[in-house]
Design a protein around this ligand. Sequence first.
Ligand code: ADP
Ligand code: MG
Length: 289
Amino acid sequence: SVPAAIAAALSAGARQGLLMKGGVVIETAARTGLVAFDKTGTLTQGKPRVTDIVALDREEREVLAFAAAVEAGSAHPLAEAVLERARADAVAFAPAAEAAALAGQGVTGKVEGRAVFVGAPRHATARAPFDDWAKASVESLESAGKTVAAVIVDGTLAGLIALRDEPREDAAPAIAELKAMGVRATMLTGDNTRTAAAIAGALGMEHKAELMPDGKVAALRELAAGTPVMMVGDGINDAPALAAASVGIAMGSGTDVALETADGAVLKSRVRDIAAMIRLARAAMGNIR
Ligand code: ADP
Ligand code: MG
């Protein structure tokens, strides 16, 4: 039978939108020494906005039109932001042919017979040469915490699109709270190292960047060598990482799918609820001992 303290913690948590799937999850959450957070949509709002368009080989509006055409077939948050900007600027585009997503890299497609790639500069340099001006532009945008999408048309770098996804308002205080509880916090992201360092630095946490989807799983296994690790992610593409962690917590209300793989959830998209969950778990275990 489930000890009364655990049953009480489960129902008290549920009332606050902190769901844990049973006693083993509470017991492991209480011993967690490190929380790994997905960046996009978990620590940040998940609503990036285009902040800069750098025209290199093409006019600004052409850069945006090529990018929107290939992003039209993508469900990635960056794609949505590019489309929103194209609509706002009344830039016309038709969805690309042969559109395909390259997980953790970007998207490709054919626009008016031209091969177009939109994605991470580190995966773009093999597709087109970057001159010193382009490289310096990428570096300064990334150092400002922006994600840069390189737009390549037929092997030429047409331009750069910079996007910024603001951290959630409670992210910095939540990380400080975890630290005060003796729990380390680290950010896991597919985004580049400079952008990740800028955002993680502002939040006062550690980071591991440029992780391909299976790289998050490998990073978690490594982190879990010393202490039980809690992974917090916002959804479907985090499912493998949530499953690989000692405790996987889905964040947000649209987490029905993630909840199947996860050990629990915080329903209100508040980063501070992760600290609240660990506190609750610790209190429940303290009452048993
Ligand atoms: P995250 O861990 O931040 O969710 P992903 O693994 O989805 O990142 O993608 C890693 C990187 O690949 C992104 O930071 C971005 O640079 C690039 N990328 C992926 N998909 C797209 C896209 N549709 N448009 C532009 N860039 C993309
Ligand atoms: Mg995410």
